[in-house]
Design a protein around this ligand. Structure first.
Ligand code: SAM
Ligand code: DTB
Ligand code: SF4
Length: 332
């Protein structure tokens, strides 16, 4: 007897259109986190299956196009010049080296190539070079994503014109914990950049980090903020802190695994049409924990053995897990 796979989603899931109404309140989100685990996962799976094929995962690969020496003081980051992490700073990579890395990412199975720079914001004189990276990588048949820090309106428009599909700019944590993590730019600065990205017509990739010593209420605050953006982000990365020696958060207590899965499930339920990315931190997760995250509605990941400066699982290990779980790459 053959067992038919459960019917896949209706294909074109679109995020809700812009609205100023609250989609989720803090008490509603807290109630989700407090559900019995099986009820939470059932609800997350139901929402997931209504919007996506639950066996498909979108796969991106990261490249640090400009590493280290950053003026910001983000307490988790290996690349801040405020902390001694032993990382060697580099200049902006040249176009050929970026294309070579993009080709390797494509060959490795990525459908999107994400380029990150350790900048507070790009300088206008760098824009020609980064726009060339966008158009050349896109011409290779990959979706493009960049994360370069804060943008002016003009810079956002230039990136959009170059063909940038996604811009990643995270809120990082909830409003009340934010000031304990970063002091050199405000949450409002980030929201302003997100608005410029949206206005320029690009898709938004915006999420945050957990496991930085924050409380559950901070995670709830972060998800409520994301779900209530005028238009929710198309892509929501949930990073589990990669602890970096020398940073203020390098000794943080890791987040409990079940609490991490609850955070993913809540993100899935609160932003039903968004792709939820099980982002940094897979290197330290068991196969079982990653599987629970997929059951909770995570449906995108970074592949490739390096994130920006820290480790990610090797291809062979990942491929073995996809085979065990029957996970297929999402068509884009
Ligand atoms: N400099 C730009 C900025 O911060 O806007 C772009 C690059 S920055 C490395 C992109 C995001 O990566 C950060 O906002 C943060 O959410 C995440 N990130 C950085 N270091 C991390 C770490 N050690 N563990 C988990 N996520 C991290
Ligand atoms: C995101 O939310 N996570 C990615 C991407 N956006 C740019 C970065 C993770 C970085 C992890 C730490 C590092 O490798 O330096
Ligand atoms: Fe700089 Fe980005 Fe790291 Fe913050 S997260 S220190 S802005 S590279």
């Amino acid at each position: 007897m053959t067992i038919e796979p459960i019917a896949a989603r209706p294909k074109a899931a679109a995020v809700p259109t812009a609205s100023t109404e609250l989609r989720w309140t803090v008490p509603q989100a807290r109630a989700l986190f407090e559900l019995p685990f099986a009820d939470l996962i059932f609800r997350a799976q139901s929402v997931h299956r209504a919007h996506f094929d639950a066996n498909e995962v979108q796969m991106s690969t990261l490249l640090s196009i400009k590493t280290g020496g950053c003026a910001e003081d983000c307490g988790y980051c290996s690349q801040s010049s405020h902390f001694d992490t032993g990382l060697k700073a580099t200049k902006l990579m040249n176009l050929d080296a970026v294309k070579e890395a993009a080709a390797a990412a494509k060959a490795g199975g990525a459908s999107r190539f994400c380029m990150g720079a350790a900048w507070r914001e790009p300088k206008d004189r760098d824009m020609d070079a980064v726009c060339a990276m966008v158009s050349e990588v896109k011409a290779m048949g990959l979706e493009t994503c960049m994360t370069l820090g804060m943008l002016t309106e003009n810079q956002a428009e230039r990136l959009a014109d170059a063909g940038l599909d996604y811009y990643n700019h995270n809120v990082d944590t909830g409003p009340e914990y934010y000031g304990k993590v970063i002091t050199t730019r405000t949450l409002q600065d980030r929201l302003d950049t997100l608005e410029r990205v949206r206005d320029a017509g690009m898709s938004v990739c915006c999420g945050g980090i957990v496991g930085m010593g924050e409380e559950r209420d901070d995670r709830i605050g972060m998800l409520v903020m994301l779900a209530n953006l005028p238009t929710p982000p198309e892509s929501v990365p949930i990073n589990s802190l990669m602890k970096v020696k020398g940073t203020p958060l390098g000794d943080s207590n890791p987040i409990d695994g079940i609490e991490f899965v609850r955070t993913i499930a809540a993100a899935r339920i609160m932003m039903p049409a968004s792709v939820v990315r099980l982002s940094a931190g897979r290197e330290h997760m068991s196969e079982e924990l990653q599987s629970l995250c997929f059951l909770a509605g995570a449906n995108s990941i970074f592949i490739g053995a390096k994130l920006l400066t820290t480790k990610n699982p090797a291809k062979e290990k990942d491929d073995a897990l996809w085979a065990k779980l029957g996970i297929r790459p999402m068509d884009v």
